[in-house]
Design a protein around this ligand. Structure first.
Ligand code: ZN
Length: 174
C-alpha cells in the first residue's frame, strides 16, 4: 500500500504499471506480481469547544503553513482513532483529555495534496472536559479559540477541509 502515486514497487523496487481492477486504475508490479494499492491514510482531529468557539492551531508544517486548523494528525500504528486525536491535541495545544471523553461526530475522506487522500475522523469535546493550559506545541505556531465569524472577520486563512467541522462542532456539545 502507498499513500501517494508511486513510480516504483515498495516491495521489490520494480517499475510499476497501471492495471484495471474492478473499474479502477491500480498500480501493478510485474516483477513480484503484486498489486500496489493506493489507499487513503487515517487521521483524526478533535474540536475542543468553548461556547461558540473552537480551539484551532496555526500550522507550522507543510502543507498549508500559516493556516488555522483543528488540531489533529496521522494515527500511529498502535493507536485507536480517539487515542491518536487525544495525543495530537496534547502535542499541538498542551491540553490533556482522556480518549474516552471524545465523541466521534464526523468521518469523511478528502483529497489532501500530491495525490494523497485522507480518511479523517472528527471528534469533539467540551473545553471543561480537558485539563491544562493552551500553549502552541509541535507543528503549531499559535493555538487559541476562534469562532468562525471572528476568524473570517480577521481575514485569517483556514484549512478549508475542516470548515464544516469548525462550524458544526459547537452545536454538537450543547
Ligand atoms: Zn514488486
Amino acid at each position: 500500500m502507498v499513500s501517494r502515486p508511486a513510480d516504483y514497487c515498495p516491495h521489490c523496487g520494480g517499475r510499476l504499471a497501471t492495471t484495471d481492477v474492478d473499474g479502477r486504475q491500480h498500480f501493478r508490479c510485474d516483477d513480484c506480481d503484486q498489486t500496489v494499492w493506493h489507499n487513503p491514510v487515517p487521521c483524526a482531529n478533535v474540536a475542543v469547544v468553548d461556547d461558540d468557539a473552537v480551539l484551532l492551531v496555526r500550522r507550522a508544517a507543510e502543507p498549508g503553513v500559516g493556516d488555522w486548523t483543528i488540531p489533529g494528525g496521522h494515527l500511529e500504528r498502535d493507536e485507536s482513532p480517539a487515542e491518536g486525536a487525544a495525543r495530537e491535541l496534547r502535542e499541538e495545544t498542551g491540553l490533556g483529555v482522556g480518549s474516552s471523553e471524545l465523541s466521534l461526530f464526523d468521518a469523511r475522506t478528502f483529497h489532501s495534496y500530491e495525490g494523497k487522500h485522507v480518511t479523517s475522523l472528527g471528534f469533539v469535546v467540551a473545553a471543561e472536559q480537558t485539563s491544562g493550559a493552551v500553549a502552541a506545541g509541535s507543528d503549531a505556531t499559535a493555538a487559541r479559540f476562534w469562532t468562525p465569524a471572528a476568524l473570517d472577520a480577521e481575514d485569517e486563512p483556514f484549512r478549508e477541509n475542516h470548515r464544516e467541522r469548525f462550524e458544526a462542532a459547537p452545536s454538537v456539545v450543547r
